[in-house]
Design a binder for this molecule. Structure first.
Ligand SMILES: *[C@@H]1O[C@H](CO)[C@@H](O)[C@H](O)[C@H]1NC(C)=O
Ligand SMILES: *[C@@H]1O[C@H](CO)[C@@H](O)[C@H](O)[C@H]1NC(C)=O
Length: 327
């Protein structure tokens, strides 16, 4: 299973915690594709070397420099955040990879990656990527209120957790608003950027929304529990899937792991960060989490602790069952 992330600036720790959560809960072997500024590469290597072998034997990794194959690199870097546009180039750079899961650095896995990986197999013959809606309620969603460009569906999609079948992306002619005969992914990126650069706010996520507006048959939309953000609880709970089966992938956007605005999200980040790699999950992760959650009940997200705990409980039970069988 291939996992890609783009880390720039001060995102090193966050990225490592994300990778830790991936290894902690997943079953099959992982391959990490880490795109990072040159200055971060030695730091990544050093930190990953410090992990115990029970973790490192479950994955391999490659660290790549930030590169843009078409257009002007300086211009791409200015799009939203310095390195965000890199993810658009994954199909072009990772030519030998068939499929991957891309995540933002501020994502935490609360269940095995194996489970989201299965969604790739559910794609019909035209689907080549999968994302969650940007919002559950069009009335308060960002795109439906403010966007000055086309976007997918009624609320747009969020690109923080994205499955991509790169083989299909490389082989598809995409419809677009520039050339009637269609363009390949690589041919399309720069003209698309040129056409819309003055109208977009969230950078590459907006470009993805524009692409799938013109090619809706190519997108698989998975439910919000696979990309659960503060928006799903800070105005009251609105992600039905998470209420029913719990949060599967947490996405702490808006910097909530590093301030005190959403203590429920921060608590999850901190317990995974502080979990001693080889300790007992119940004692050193689950119980500390429960006690931290007691301090979050004054927030709307803190009032629904079971939504955050349900998948973790399930996953932890499975981890122990598997260990009993295999060790
Ligand atoms: C991606 O698409 C290609 C071409 O359709 C297919 O052969 C491959 O099995 C797909 N990958 C996954 C993981 O489903
Ligand atoms: C695949 O699913 C998408 C989304 O439901 C749909 O728009 C598209 O037409 C489907 N493709 C085929 C070949 O059925």
């Amino acid at each position: 299973m291939h996992l890609a992330v783009v880390a720039c600036g001060d995102r090193l720790e966050e990225t490592l915690i994300m990778l830790k959560s991936a290894v902690l809960f997943s079953n099959r072997r992982l391959c990490f594709h880490i795109f990072a500024e040159d200055s971060l590469k030695p730091e990544f290597e050093k930190k990953l070397r410090e992990w115990p072998s029970s973790y490192t034997k479950k994955f391999e990794y490659n660290i790549y420099p930030i590169t843009f194959s078409v257009g002007n690199a300086q211009e791409w870097k200015k799009l939203f955040k310095p390195c965000a546009a890199q993810r658009l180039f994954l199909p072009v750079i990772l030519k030998d990879v068939d499929s991957l899961l891309y995540v933002d650095t501020d994502v935490l896995f609360l269940r095995p990656i194996d489970d989201i990986w299965h969604i790739l197999k559910e794609f019909n013959s035209t689907q080549l990527a999968a994302m969650a809606p940007e919002h559950e309620i069009p009335k308060i969603g960002w795109y439906s209120r403010f966007a000055r460009h086309p976007y997918y569906g009624t609320t747009g999609v969020n690109s923080g957790v994205m499955l991509m079948n790169l083989t299909r992306i490389r082989n598809t002619q995409f419809k677009n608003s520039m050339i009637p005969s269609g363009l390949t992914w690589e041919e399309m990126l720069y003209p698309l950027y040129q056409k819309y650069k003055n109208y977009i706010t969230w950078g590459d996520q907006d470009l993805l929304n524009i692409i799938f507006y013109f090619n809706p048959e190519c997108l698989y939309v998975f439910p919000c529990q696979w990309n659960y953000r503060p928006d799903h609880c800070m105005y009251g709970s609105n992600c039905k899937g998470a209420e029913e089966e719990g949060v599967s992938i947490l996405h702490g956007n808006r910097g909530v792991y590093h301030d005190d605005k959403q203590p429920t999200f921060k608590a999850l980040y901190e317990v995974i960060r502080d979990f001693p790699f080889e300790d007992n999950l119940f004692q050193s992760l689950y119980y500390p989490l429960q006690s931290k959650f007691l301090d979050t009940v004054h927030t709307l997200c803190g009032r629904i602790p079971q939504v955050f705990l349900k998948q973790i409980e399930k996953t932890m039970k499975k981890v122990y069952e598997n260990r009993r069988v295999f060790t």
